[in-house]
Design a protein. Structure first.
Length: 477
């Protein structure tokens, strides 16, 4: 890809001396990347890995802004939300499935490859370095490289379980080189997932069981690995990876406080986000202002709202009644702010222990182990409801697992992929954005199963600079 990194945020990789830092990522105002002269000591590699992590906080990953971040795009594309007419129309083109090659998640695409470039540069210099923490830092770099490629291929490629031809279809380019001038062709989906698994299995074998706040650890890698295996239909491997996670599910009593940063119960990988180090207002992706005069981008869809029972702690943790001069909304408050705040400045919460249990529940169900699957499911349900969890079997158990996935991870970058990997379609309710169902329904209510629109178009800028990049089926170059 000719000058690939110059087209995907080379400005973020400014060459220069590495900034000194403290132990935690939150202490690193990282805006530069090291050259060969900077990779000399163990501290240099510690600084470099923090530079890789910092790419996660950009708009195209888990950061704020209108660039189509991981915080909102996987829900905007689904039936979890309804576009609010009082908002700015942020990502409305995604909600309408009216993709624009000049705008469709271009920052997500470029920021992921920026992270990959940073990880590959660290890994290239690490081959000639020996230090006490080398194995851990190399493992972190491989895990982050895998995460970035996973985010790319789930949006721009098919998911292995999505259709019979998924593995042989084109995915994305898996990049191992720290070279800004490469012009890589797309690997198949099967190849991309195999590379992801290789990076993650090598990472999980060498990463520390615990690392500082803002950094992945063994549990985080195992959660990601279990999700990857789940998407591949490798049920036993998914169950094993999820079962290796030692972190416990957040308790019901602590659950609401997690989202206001009052505690970190059940969080396996999170990035501190506070002024003056970061202070990113990531919650503006859903709404701005106080609940008494809110400017919503999206509201909770009537269908999803009705799925939450009144004794489900997630209903009050994720949703609140809000109003403005137009009407009342079921507003998304998952990223609303810390206690007494509405500025959207909260920590980035990327992996949680509950995912390990729900991944394991699904994998075990697929293996025909319904008893253990129910046990894993109830490890989450027992901490979300004030009533005893159910005892479903057969298809009712399968439905319960996917219901809990939707309720647990609403507004948390998973629902679109859960629909996509099952080969299902999307059907939105015909109600409007207001809490009573009135207002304006979403412009497009359905996305049929098998539609090419489940795979996004590659940005025109990437196509223009790389003659080997082939556009996805259904779109023109």
């Amino acid at each position: 890809m000719k000058n690939i990194i110059s087209k995907i945020s080379i400005c973020l990789l400014t060459l220069g001396a590495i900034v000194s830092c403290e132990d935690n990522l939150e202490q690193v105002p990282y805006d530069a990347f090291g050259t060969e002269n900077a990779f000399a000591t163990a501290a240099d590699f510690e600084n470099a890995i923090r530079g890789v992590y910092s790419a996660l906080t950009l708009d195209g990953h888990y950061g704020s802004g209108d660039g189509g971040s991981m915080l909102s795009a996987p829900d905007v594309l689904t039936d979890n939300v309804t576009l609010a007419q009082a908002g700015r129309g942020t990502k409305a083109y995604l909600h309408r499935y009216d993709y624009d090659g000049n705008a469709t998640l271009t920052t997500m695409y470029s920021n992921n490859y920026s992270l990959i470039y940073r990880a590959n540069q660290l890994l290239s210099f690490a081959t000639g370095f020996e230090g006490d923490n080398k194995a851990n830092v190399v493992a972190e770099a491989k895990a982050l490289r895998a995460l970035a490629h996973f985010n790319l291929v789930t949006f721009w490629g098919k998911i292995p379980t999505q259709s019979a031809d998924a593995n042989s279809s084109l995915g994305v380019a898996y990049v191992f080189e720290a070279d800004p001038n490469i012009e890589p062709a797309r690997n198949t989906v099967g190849e991309v997932y195999d590379f992801i698994v290789t990076d993650l299995t090598e990472a999980v074998a060498n990463i520390n069981e615990t690392n500082d706040d803002g950094r992945m650890n063994r549990d985080a890698v195992n959660i990601l690995l279990s999700r990857v295996y789940l998407y591949m239909g490798e049920w036993q491997k998914a169950a094993n990876a999820a079962g290796a996670v030692t972190a416990t599910v957040a308790t019901r009593d602590n659950f609401t406080g997690i989202w206001a940063d009052e505690n970190q119960d059940g969080l396996v990988f999170f990035i501190p986000n506070a002024t003056p180090i970061l202070g990113n207002q990531i919650g503006v992706t859903w709404s701005q202002g106080p609940l008494t005069s809110i400017i919503p981008e999206y509201a909770v869809s009537s269908e999803l709202f009705d799925l939450y029972s009144n004794n489900d702690i997630r209903k009050t943790a994720y949703i609140a009644t809000a109003t403005n001069s137009f009407g009342d909304y079921n507003a998304i408050i998952k990223l609303f702010g810390r206690a007494g705040q509405n500025n959207g400045e909260v920590d980035y919460k990327i992996f949680r222990a509950s995912e390990a249990k729900l991944n394991r529940a699904e994998a075990l169900y697929r293996l025909g182990q319904e008893g253990p699957a129910l046990t894993a499911l109830n490890a989450v349900r027992s901490q979300r409801y004030d009533t005893a969890p159910g005892s479903e079997t057969g298809s009712a158990l399968e439905a319960a697992i996917f219901l809990e996935r939707r309720l647990e991870f609403a507004f948390e970058y998973q629902h679109f992929f859960d629909i996509k990997r099952r080969g299902l379609g999307i059907e939105r309710p015909s109600t409007g954005e207001f809490a009573d169902g009135s207002g304006t329904p979403s412009e497009r209510l359905n996305l049929p199963a098998g539609s090419f629109l489940f795979q996004l178009p590659f940005p025109q800028t990437a196509l223009d600079t790389n003659p080997n990049l082939v556009q996805n089926t259904g779109y023109s170059n």
